[in-house]
Write a protein that binds this ligand. Structure first.
Ligand code: FPP
Ligand code: MG
Length: 340
């Protein structure tokens, strides 16, 4: 692997460390984050404690908490506030996912029934609101008043991104710029904020804070592009969620945008016809998949994710060398080659 980490052979891909290796130097802190999440799940309200306990059973990748912890340590932070704030970003993420699963009609998440499949949409909406408000309220205890401001403004951005994505569902005129704007808001903003908050704790200069935000933003973009790619190419068992769900819900993601703009007019017309069906048949999905797989759309999408991934590595390499910088430098590579 060269300095910026271009993966040049298949055997090197095998050497990409899993998350446990990447998290090696923050394992103790991540355990403490888990404890905090368990604490958040406790409530005299039986339903709140039952659903939250179900939600926080350890099965997520915990990337946002890891980013916050690593960025704070990169900046030499030695205090304890990074634990609670990491738990808060994970809580906001979890609240957003349970709402997202209702919007996307997803019945499975992290290999288990989604919350709305198990408890129905009403309880799920309320629990999402509860977790979200609780997280923001707890952030007010931070010494840094800016942090609540950051969390509220990026939450609004996430909602905007999710709204735009839903609003543009089924619209075949969505272009790459629209798509990048949506994923920037719905996903990259929380990655960026997690890094920024870590930086603030570690007394980052304005320049360092901006670099950390840019690093997180590029990593988040790469992460979501791969998420959308895995929706076409992934393995449901490994992913712990159904594939081809974007197509079924009419979400126009990058592989389809590339196909619609670069395949012939006939295929564009055919895809439009197939997607206009009220209940998309399995046969039609297979037909669209065959077209997407045959025209370089998947390679193009992966290359786009690689561009963002490389940019994030380039940015983090501007910080002084440390074990935390090494982990942050490897995360984009993990993101790019992940199967989950
Ligand atoms: C997953 O996208 C969804 C998000 C990253 C963001 C969802 C945001 C909201 C629902 C807004 C509400 C926000 C708050 C703070 C309460 P995806 O559907 O592409 O990913 P998936 O395949 O994992 O479902
Ligand atoms: Mg979804």
């Amino acid at each position: 692997m060269n300095e910026l980490g271009k993966i040049s052979s298949k055997s090197q891909i095998k050497k990409i460390p899993g998350l446990t290796n990447l998290y090696n130097n923050i394992l103790k802190e991540l355990e403490e984050v888990e404890e905090k999440l368990k604490l958040f799940s406790r409530s005299p309200n039986k339903l709140v404690s039952e659903v939250s306990t179900y939600l926080f059973q350890k099965s997520g990748k915990r990337i946002r908490p890891a980013l916050l912890l690593l960025c704070s340590k990169l900046q030499g932070y030695k205090g304890k506030e990074n634990i609670i704030l990491s738990a808060l970003v994970e809580t906001i993420h979890t609240a957003s996912l349970i709402h997202d699963d209702i919007i996307d009609n997803s019945e499975v998440r992290r290999g288990k029934e989604s919350v709305h499949a198990k408890w129905g949409p009403n309880i799920t909406v309320l629990l999402g609101d509860y977790l979200y408000i609780k997280a923001l309220g707890l952030s007010l205890q931070s010494k840094h008043r800016r942090i609540t401001q950051i969390l509220t403004s990026i939450s609004a951005r996430m909602i905007e991104g999710e709204l735009n994505e839903y609003y543009l569902s089924g619209n075949l005129d969505v272009n790459e710029e629209d798509y990048l704007d949506i994923i920037n808001k719905k996903t990259a903003s929380l990655f960026s904020a997690s890094c920024q908050i870590g930086g603030i704790l570690g007394k980052a200069s304005k320049r360092e804070e901006n670099l950390l935000m840019e690093y997180g933003n590029n990593l988040g973009m790469s992460f979501q592009i791969i998420d959308d790619l895995l929706d076409f190419t992934g393995d449901e068992k490994i992913l712990g969620k159904p594939i081809l769900s974007d197509l079924c819900e009419g979400r126009i993601t990058l592989p389809l945008i590339y196909t619609l703009n670069n395949d012939g007019k006939d295929n564009r017309k055919l895809i439009a016809e197939l997607l206009s069906q009220k209940n998309l048949q399995k046969k039609s999905i297979k037909e669209i998949l065959k077209i997407v797989k045959s025209n370089g759309a998947l390679d193009y999408t992966h290359k786009k994710a690689e561009e963002f991934s490389l940019k994030s590595r380039e940015i983090i390499s501007q910080f002084p060398k440390s074990i935390y910088r090494d982990a942050l430098g490897l995360l984009p590579e993990f993101t790019l080659h992940r199967r989950k």
